[in-house]
Design a protein around this ligand. Sequence first.
Ligand SMILES: Nc1ncnc2c1ncn2[C@@H]1O[C@H](COP(=O)(O)OP(=O)(O)O)[C@@H](O)[C@H]1O
Ligand SMILES: [Mg+2]
Length: 251
Amino acid sequence: MTPLLELRNVSKRFGGLTAVDAVSFSIEAGELVGLIGPNGAGKTTLFNIIAGVYRPSQGQLLHRGDAISMLDPARIAKRGIARTFQNIRLFQSLTVLEHLLVAQTCRGLGLLAELNPLVSGAERTRRKAAMELLELVGLENRHDEIAIHLPYGAQRRLEIARALATSPELLLLDEPAAGLNDTETVGLREMLDALRAQHYTILLVEHDMKLVMRVCSRILVLEFGKLIASGAPAEIQVNPEVINAYLGAEA
Ligand SMILES: Nc1ncnc2c1ncn2[C@@H]1O[C@H](COP(=O)(O)OP(=O)(O)O)[C@@H](O)[C@H]1O
Ligand SMILES: [Mg+2]
């Protein structure tokens, strides 16, 4: 079977620095894969390579078997690879629900229905889909509120719902737990559990080790740009190289 995403020997050099060093892995549809590693390990660079922000200096990226290394971010997004950012980026005056309605049209998926006056149910269908997503992230009761008035944790979940509203095949989440308090982290964990149950395909960069170990089916570990381990959370937790590189340093 062709993987959803495959990296073959991908490297990224910035001048003399090799930020990502000959990394190979693949992600199958329906997996929730964690990407961890110490600061400076190359996680964000790898994210940016997948999202088309950086071209790899070497190696190949394949989406459903098609080479995508040369595509720009807009084309990557059109192919269904969506991402969230570490800082929150919401519209000033839109409600929670409106954020999702705007996002739904981003890949042009709703456009035909939009232009066709005969498709009278299109608007209702879109609202229904958006409300289902809000339910998934626990925001259904706040759909009419102005998004930027939500508490921080809820804003983060809205950003994820907005990315999901584009109907992505692969979602890249960049440190979604950053800045969350304990209660908000529990809310995020429950949301990630729900997304996993619905078989969304997700690559999660996250520093909260408890969260990563709990929600991911598989974990990739980067150190100095190199992939030093890949496996189930239980394997990663006892891998001596990983403990040495990362977990040990945290304790
Ligand atoms: N645009 C850039 N130009 C030069 N060096 C960079 C750039 N982006 C990242 N780096 C370097 O690449 C390495 C990996 O960074 P990064 O991918 O941000 O790591 P992580 O996200 O794992 O903390 C670091 O040494 C960082 O300083
Ligand atoms: Mg980073």
